[in-house]
Design a protein around this ligand. Structure first.
Ligand code: TRP
Length: 337
């Protein structure tokens, strides 16, 4: 039996942080053994709201690729590629745009939030408004079975499946050119990692995240700045675990959950200071990040290796894309010669 195919991707707009690790990278590392896994660096999508900032996107492509390799995504198992190296995605986007209405795009909850946050209103770049369509093409170009995404991306998968239905309806073929894809959204604690401020989830724009490439000094400083329990003033005061960012991180990264459970109990009763808990987290994170940093440094020394991985991945995807477009053209009756 052949392996099921999965595709995921990230917008290259900066380095990746622990929130990305918990919400997706960890899962990708686990999936690469069982699935045929494609990971796309979505530079075209990043440019939809960074058109005047090509240097930022270019350098982030490199950073994101280093982040992937540093956490143990393995080019022998996972196929990495850059979106703009697959021109068939742009071609497929053009055909998909006929299957979607402007009002439907304006109702996309993720895009709606982004429009509000960026203050675009009617000045939204047209390319940004239609990026969900381009994302459907990113996905469908390799005709995957599963698309693991964060909660905020579910509307994109819904949109993709609407396009699948409409395409197959307008352009029937036997078998259908596309099949519906299955979203896989992380559940429970893995769904979101809080930022160090404890106000919202870890995010680059809020400047509240610990990066996979942060130095030991950065990590220590950020852990010291973490929001804990404002009612836990003196060491003897009873403390709260719920909403305490240090414990949220320990829950996800501490390898000794038994000892952690005991620590939580003592903290709740009173008698454990924040300094002690933070010191534990610094050590836990160092243990986690040290090998990641080492692997990153190794790949930083060989930029040609990164280029080769991305070039080979791109070639592999273009072969898939050519077959997809052959089927698309035939179904759309534009296979002239
Ligand atoms: N929109 C996704 C994000 O912001 C990135 C992305 C682009 C993507 N193309 C994709 C994710 C295809 C999954 C599949 O995180």
């Amino acid at each position: 039996m052949s392996k099921k195919r999965v595709l995921t991707g990230d917008r290259p707009t900066g380095r990746l942080h622990l929130g990305h690790y918990v919400g997706s990278l960890k899962n990708r590392v686990a999936m690469q053994d069982e699935y045929e896994q494609f990971v796309m660096i979505a530079d075209v999508q990043a440019l939809t709201d960074n058109a005047q900032n090509p240097e930022k996107v270019r350098s982030a492509v490199n950073e994101v690729m280093l982040d992937y390799l540093s956490v143990g995504l393995d080019p022998a198992k996972t196929i990495f590629f850059i979106q703009s190296t697959i021109p068939e995605i742009a071609e497929l986007t053009i055909f998909f745009l006929n299957l979607v209405t402007v009002s439907r795009l304006e109702q996309n909850p993720t895009v709606k939030t982004e429009i509000r946050d960026k203050g675009y209103e009617r000045n939204i770049p047209a390319g940004f408004l239609v990026y969900p369509v381009s994302q459907a093409a990113d996905i469908l170009i390799v005709r995957p079975d599963v698309v693991p995404v964060g909660e905020d991306q579910s509307p994109m998968i819904e949109q993709t499946n609407e396009i699948v239905e409409r395409f197959n309806n307008y352009y029937p073929a036997e078998p259908s050119v596309f099949k519906r894809v299955q979203a896989r959204v992380p559940q429970g604690g893995a769904a979101r990692l809080p930022g160090i401020d404890g106000v919202s989830k870890a995010s680059k724009s809020l400047n509240n995240a610990i990066y996979l490439s942060d130095s030991p000094e950065d990590v220590r400083k950020k852990v010291n700045d973490m929001y804990t329990d404002p009612t836990h003033i003196k060491k003897e005061d009873p403390g709260h675990i719920e909403g305490n960012v240090v414990f949220s991180y320990l829950d996800l990264f501490d390898e000794d959950q038994t000892e952690l459970a005991q620590l939580k109990e003592s903290y709740t009763k009173g008698g454990v200071g924040d300094t002690e808990v933070k010191e534990r987290l610094v050590n836990v994170l160092e243990k986690f990040l040290a090998p990641i940093r080492a692997r990153r440094a190794e790949f930083e020394r060989k930029p040609e290796a990164l280029q080769t991985i991305l070039r080979n991945g791109g070639a592999r995807v273009r072969a898939e894309a050519a077959e997809t477009m052959r089927l698309v053209r035939r179904a759309m009756k534009i296979d002239y010669f």
